[in-house]
Write a protein that binds this ligand. Sequence first.
Ligand code: NAP
Length: 291
Amino acid sequence: MKLLEGKTLSANILADVKKRAEKIKETISRPPILRVINYYDDSASSVYMNLKLKKAAQVGIDASAIKPDISKGKNHFLSILQEMASDEKTDAIMVERPLPDGFDDWEFWKKMPPEKDPDCISADNNAKLYLSKDFSSISSGNFFVPCTALAAIKLLEYYGYEFKGKKCAVVGRSAVVGRPLAHMLSSLNATVTLCHSKTADLPFHLKNADYIFLAIGKAKWLKENMIGEGQVVVDIGTNFDEKGSMCGDADFDSVSKKVSAISPVPGGVGPVTLAYLLESSLKALEWKVKK
Ligand code: NAP
């Protein structure tokens, strides 16, 4: 069984980001500036957000987070976004999910400025993503793409896996992970089955796949009896088990005995996502300077 750890790839990306951030600072006498909006301190994404802020400082990105007051409502959220959008010195904006009910909608996606949108939240970047048919245009760097989906693909590429002709099952169809991942895999000429909570006979689709991507947010959900022999599992889930330890959507101990390769949680897709988020934040300033 091959362990698809993501720390080495993440370190490689971050080393490059650090060099580029130093270069841009020499040119314009300031570092890239990333601002994060985070409503919930106890979410799984908060864990990654804190790591993101720490890593950002290490690679020369000035990153800070704010926690708006939920009781001030949606207009307050949109006005913070508006302020960040018009601030000359804010290069990149990230909004951590989950958001309070009713905030994650068209009004928000429209307000996110596409040139400051490193994780592809804005309507504009999403339109470019879904109108691009092949992966070379998606990864060309001309617009921002969802970093988690990109990280899952880049992790497999790093270990030499190919996609053309492969059967991929993506479990989870959220706008931020499952759906963009399915689209990107299809753009790489894989044949994709996008599964969700209403999928009939899920074990059939899982057993039929060469590669299984998990993004449902349920601790240790995938069991050994739900998969075939020798498959590749990319676990994107970030959950906490009953002991409070971080774990993925796969029951790692049992599933890892049956697969040919699996990404661990923590230490798999997560660190690679983080590196791409910081790279995209830097790119936002690089593109601005180039213009
Ligand atoms: P989400 O918005 O809650 O979506 C969950 C998806 O899983 C939904 O499409 C849902 O189906 C599906 N689902 C739930 N239970 C299911 C089941 N029993 N069988 C089949 N499908 C099921 O979650 P998300 O934002 O995509 O995040 C998913 C996971 O990825 C979370 O653990 C999150 O923390 C993690 N994540 C990790 C990273 C990283 O860098 N590693 C980044 C982002 C997110 P329906 O559509 O039918 O409801």
